[in-house]
Design a protein around this ligand. Structure first.
Ligand code: KG4
Ligand code: ZN
Length: 356
């Protein structure tokens, strides 16, 4: 077994085609030799959301080229690759299948192990791409499809403490942005709008803020914004609504994270780390607010680098390294799983009638 394994990681779960070459390092922080991310924003923006068939088609068209580019940039030849890792779920099944099949073919032609990776585990471990952090840690995972608090107890060992009972936070950002006339995916631009507005102009609801532990809910917020947006006439009012939304989200996360701290500490002693990961973790206002909360509660807030918050193959390669070292390889019959979870024992908590 290679002492400093080199993993070729592949990510195609949604609308980013990404390939990374990453090498394990004695320091505990792996070396990203390349991480090529090709986004499909231009393909999907006219539809206001990701169209699965178009996304899969684009992955098929690009994957070979992106892999070549990643190898070229890394300066690594294929015969030096120790294993091939690819996202196996969750995500869009036809998109996942493109990366998985590519990875399986490549691994079998190189005669190296193939490793299937949970996309959420990639986000969960992503701070390890630049920080030495030990288990257990509290994780707030906020992306386009997921919003969860988890206790990360080790590789493949997760306990969910809370989750959204309706929309994911990224989804709430994107839907609000759409109502303000911002192109998909609107999250990052909404944050820019918010910087120009008055955060106290509109009072917005904070669903389930006083109940449901550290579970989250954003659907009521979206309905309130829909109503207000119908009476908005000026650009300044748009900025004000964006700022009010941003402020409300920061306050919700502040209150719910504080509850999650208590939940986490019930079963954990030692260093208190609070990792915030996923696409929405790039939001500067959220970063600032959660750093403040962490400082107040003796936690250390840790975020992935801004350019590693969104979907990328380096985080998939990182999980690949961890699994490779434990010889956790997969068979070639591993199938894409669109609903793959981190905590397999957690119950499904979505839809009306849900008890929280
Ligand atoms: O993790 P990610 O790249 O993909 C999923 O796995 O879902 O997250 C994408 C989500 C999108 O909803 C996008 O609008 C949101 O992250 N996002 C942001 C920001 N940057 C990306 N939301 C708010 N503020 C940002 N700066
Ligand atoms: Zn993601």
């Amino acid at each position: 077994m290679n002492k400093s394994p080199i993993i070729l990681g592949i990510e195609t779960s949604c609308d980013e085609t990404s390939v990374s070459i990453i090498q394990d390092n004695e320091s505990g922080i792996p070396k990203i030799l390349s991480n090529i991310v090709s986004s499909q924003f231009d393909i999907h923006k006219e539809f206001g959301g990701v169209v699965p068939e178009l996304a899969a088609r684009s992955h098929v068209e690009k994957i070979n080229l992106i892999a070549k580019k990643a190898l070229e940039e890394s300066g690594i030849s294929l015969d030096k690759v120790s294993a091939v890792a690819a996202t196996s779920g969750p995500g869009l099944i036809i998109c996942l299948s493109v990366g998985l099949n590519f990875a399986k073919s490549l691994a079998s032609s190189l005669n190296v192990p193939f490793i299937g990776v949970n996309h959420l585990e990639g986000h969960a471990l992503s701070p390890k791409l630049h920080t030495n952090i030990s288990y257990p840690y509290l994780l707030l995972l906020i992306s386009g499809g997921h919003s969860q608090f988890l206790s990360v107890n080790g590789l493949g060992n997760y306990k969910r403490l809370g989750t959204t009972i309706d929309d994911a936070l990224g989804e709430a950002f994107d839907k609000t942005a759409k109502l303000l006339g911002i192109e998909f995916p609107g999250g990052p631009k909404l944050e820019k709008f918010a910087e120009k507005g008055d955060p106290n102009k509109f009072k917005l609801p904070k669903p389930i803020i006083n109940k449901g532990g550290c579970n989250l809910s954003f659907a009521g917020l979206k309905t309130a914004i829909l109503k207000i947006s119908k009476n908005i006439n000026s650009e300044q009012e748009k900025y004000d609504l964006a700022a009010s939304f941003q402020k409300t989200i920061e306050e919700i996360l502040y209150i719910k994270s504080k509850i999650a701290f208590k939940e986490f500490l019930k079963n954990s002693i030692g260093k208190k780390y609070f990792v915030i990961a996923g696409g929405v973790a790039a939001n500067k206002g959220i970063r600032k607010k959660l750093i403040q909360l962490s400082n107040e509660n003796d936690f250390e807030a840790i975020f992935p680098d801004i350019n590693l918050c969104g979907d990328n193959a380096a985080m998939i390669g990182l999980v690949g390294i961890e699994k490779y070292k434990l010889k956790k390889f997969d068979n070639m019959d591993l199938e894409a799983n669109p609903r793959l979870a981190l905590d397999k024992n957690a119950t499904f908590l979505k839809g009306s009638g849900v008890k929280i």
